[in-house]
Design a protein. Structure first.
Length: 392
């Protein structure tokens, strides 16, 4: 089937073009990052796999850890048994702040104390290291609580709400590095920039940070900490709105617009979430996505049936919208030849406003960048289509 692949990932021109327009790369503005020299590359421990959250290596107090890099949450959680140097016995806890985190994807509720720790991230050689200083949620209890209300919960599972699970603090090592997540109902009450391990780097390769642009990029290969002209080359930038706190590094999720089957455009917020393989869409109340009801494939799921956006549905996305698009992509749900095809697309509800979660396969098509100083989200297209519509 040689004819032009219309279902292509595209970069939109400045002029309003339809999704199926041929691909064009837009010249990026001259880089303002030339004065920043300090950066470090953290390779992922394994080849990118759609089924798993990518991980990087590092250590805390000399003990080795493999840290997931989840852009869909914010904050580092480590089980108390994994940190023998941290003493949370008796009155020792008085000096620490109590904290919790709820991960909606797994319905797991983590409780513990925030302990300031230094986290070392490993680069490509022994001498390449980055040190981050953040309050780490040292987890003392983890329970599965499907009835937890992320808006009002305050870390407490409702009476009788917890269900049996194998979760235990002994297995907890979870790292969220996302931005714009510390909003009402996210379950990430402490997910502000001061808790984000990638935004609190104090040392690079043994030297204190002095020429360091706080921010990072994530590709399918690894992470660059610290933005430079070089590691942001060819990025198309989307301006971000201010975040929920006064922290100058706090920015809201990026803006994106969507069309379904070539219909009207709807604006919403987007989360490029390396923590999940699927895509979630919460459409505006005025539209209904074409869906099918299927037997819930999730093991031990609460509901027998679940819904999916129908295969063949054409989805079309633009950053930040179709009028001023700097990047975008469109595809038919289920088309396995599409590089950034999510494992499935599910409609969701209950969040404030229209919302999209691209899932981690987005990274196959685009490397993403968060500029915490400039308040920008960057996209470097990796699989853009050529004039004939083929992926490069
Ligand atoms: C973290 O590292 C800094 C700089 O080396 C040091 O001053 C501080 O005491 C360390 N903090 C902890 C909790 O180890
Ligand atoms: C959580 O509580 C808020 C405030 O009472 C309520 O509006 C919301 O519907 C609740 N969410 C769920 C999922 O029960
Ligand atoms: C959609 O298509 C994919 C790929 O062909 C297939 O694996 C999946 O089961 C289909 N999903 C539904 C809900 O029909």
């Amino acid at each position: 089937m040689a004819p032009p692949m219309l279902l292509s990932m595209i970069l939109l021109l400045l002029t309003p073009v339809l999704a199926q327009a041929r691909l064009s790369t837009r010249d990026t503005e001259p880089s303002d990052l030339t004065s920043y020299k300090q950066a470090i590359y953290l390779p992922f421990t394994k080849k990118f796999n759609s089924a798993y959250t990518p991980t990087v290596r590092g250590s805390i107090n000399g003990k080795a850890f493999t840290f997931p890099v989840d852009t869909g949450s914010t904050g580092l959680m480590i089980g108390e048994p994994l940190l023998p140097d941290v003493d949370l016995s008796g009155d020792n806890t008085d000096q620490y702040e109590k904290g919790w985190e709820f991960l909606t994807s797994s319905s797991l509720l983590y409780n513990g104390y925030f302990v300031p720790l230094n986290i070392t991230f490993f680069g490509t050689t022994r001498s390449r290291r980055a040190v981050s200083q953040v309050p780490v949620l040292v987890v003392q209890s983890v329970i599965k609580c499907p009835t937890y209300n992320s808006t009002t919960g305050q870390g407490v599972c409702p009476e009788g709400g917890s269900v049996k699970s194998t979760a235990s603090p002994r297995h907890v090592t979870y790292m969220g590095v996302g931005f714009g997540r510390n909003i009402a109902g996210s379950g990430l009450n402490f997910g502000s920039p001061d808790h984000n391990p990638f935004l609190n780097i104090i040392k690079i390769n043994g030297r204190r940070t002095f020429s360091f642009r706080t921010g990072y990029s994530v590709s399918t290969k690894g992470v660059h900490l610290g933005l430079t002209a070089r590691n942001t080359r060819n990025a198309a930038w989307v301006e971000l709105e201010e975040g929920a706190t006064d922290d100058a590094r706090d920015w809201a999720m990026a803006d994106m617009a969507m069309k379904v089957n070539g219909g009207d455009s709807y604006a919403g917020k987007v989360l490029v979430d390396t923590g999940i393989p699927q895509m979630f869409i919460q459409p505006p109340p005025c539209i209904t996505l074409p869906t099918v009801r299927i037997l819930n494939p999730a093991p031990s799921s609460v509901t027998k049936y679940t819904t999916r956006v129908k295969n063949g549905t054409q989805l079309d996305f633009a950053f930040p919208d179709f009028e001023n698009g700097v990047a975008g992509y469109d595809f038919d749900v289920g088309d396995e030849s599409f590089p950034s095809q999510p494992s499935y697309v599910q409609p969701v509800s209950g969040r404030p406003g229209t919302y999209f979660n691209s899932g981690r396969n987005f990274l196959v098509g685009f490397t993403i960048i968060f500029d915490a100083i400039g308040g920008r989200f960057g996209l470097i297209c990796l699989k853009c289509t050529d004039d004939d519509g083929y992926y490069e």
